[in-house]
Design a protein around this ligand. Structure first.
Ligand code: PHE
Length: 357
């Protein structure tokens, strides 16, 4: 008895599919559905038969028939929607209609380069401390790049700067520090300036060194400026950029234009301090070389070192961008590789590109 019923249910389902295949319009579909469900329809008859079945079969049979009804109703509804949408589209195309409710096509948008993004960020932070932005030329003279920074012609410290010399005797600035003396000459003390910019080194490239990168020079000169001011400002910059306390270490560093001089390293954000290619396995990244402005440099800038003192720093903007945005290889930043130069908040996919060492 139940087998017989199953065959009839199957028959109803098959019939439904036939009717659906034959219907061309939503109306035809509706008619077909009500015919199938109606008193004379295959499914309608089945539904009516439930009540007449022997009590012991009624439950199972009723369940089976109702499941079939549900499946058929859903199938009709689904096909109806498809036909309706197709009809709409046809009507729209036919009338050349414009549908203002359709979502606009996605236009690919450019984004600010990670280095520019951190530069702006640091500029904002420094502006709040009363610093102004100054600029200097990328093609510099020996005087501003070396001489006035207490690095005389025969000084061994010139070896620290692998320089691109130009045929006219000038050079591509090896750091943003020439902006220090230019600012002193131009603005005089007291002074709070930052100078972001591109610098060039005749250097072999690796994960953390490029021949062209960005620094942000900072210089503050006033009466009674001390190392405490220097460290306070350094820490503030890092905390503001990373929005949390960053592990740093301060160690002595030699730069002829500062005395005393420091290297401020931050714990490598790529590996969390355990050591990777970016931090040369040390767990630390040199990010903020700094120090108290050397009296000779103040003199070159026309400032009396007995009256004024100051601090200077040369933040590695490119490295800061790498730490901030998790870019493992500096070469990615100078390339067209969108995985490296689109900032994480603007990208959907994996962030980091890794190059073979
Ligand atoms: N100009 C130095 C460099 O590029 C960094 C520096 C700047 C150090 C200011 C101390 C003070 O290596």
């Amino acid at each position: 008895m139940l087998e017989e019923l199953t065959a009839e249910v199957k028959q109803a389902l098959a019939e439904a599919e036939q009717l659906i295949a034959a219907a061309k319009t939503v109306d035809e579909l509706r008619q077909a559905e009500s015919r199938l469900m109606g008193k004379q329809g295959t499914l309608g008859k089945l539904l009516a038969s439930i009540g007449k079945l022997p009590a012991e079969h009624r439950g199972a049979a009723g369940k089976e028939i109702n499941l079939a009804k549900k499946a058929i109703t859903e199938r009709f509804a689904c096909v109806r929607t498809v036909i309706e949408q197709a009809a709409d589209k046809q009507a729209a195309v036919g009338a050349q209609a414009y549908d203002p409710t359709l979502p606009a096509p996605v236009v690919p948008r450019g984004s600010v380069h990670p280095v520019t993004a951190v530069q702006w960020e640091v500029e904002d932070i420094m502006a709040r401390l009363g610093f102004v932005v100054v600029a200097g030329p990328e093609m510099e003279t020996d005087y501003y790049n070396f001489e006035a920074l207490n690095i005389p012609a025969m000084h061994p410290a010139r070896d620290m700067q692998d320089t691109f010399w130009l045929t006219n005797g000038w050079l591509l600035r090896t750091h943003t520090s020439p902006c220090q003396v230019r600012a002193m000459e131009k603005l005089g003390p007291p002074l709070r300036v930052i100078a972001p910019g591109r610098v060039f080194r005749y250097e072999t490239e690796d994960a953390s060194h490029g021949n062209t990168f960005h620094q942000l020079e900072g210089l503050m000169i006033d009466r009674r400026i001390s190392i405490a001011n220097l460290i306070g400002v350094m820490k503030l910059i890092l905390v503001e950029v990373f929005k949390r306390d960053i592990k740093v270490r301060l160690r002595p560093g030699f730069f002829p234009f500062v005395e005393p001089g420091f290297e401020l390293d931050m714990s490598c954000e790529i590996c969390g301090g355990s050591g990777c290619a970016t931090c040369k396995r040390s767990g630390w990244v040199e990010i903020l070389p700094c120090g108290m402005v050397h009296p000779n440099v103040l003199r070159f800038g026309g400032i009396d070192p007995h009256e004024y003192t100051g601090f200077a720093f040369g933040m590695g903007l490119t490295r800061l961008a790498m730490m901030r945005y998790g870019v493992q290889d500096i070469r990615g930043l100078n390339s067209g590789d969108l995985r490296a130069i689109i900032r994480p908040e603007q990208r959907n996919g994996p962030a980091i590109i890794e190059k073979n060492e």
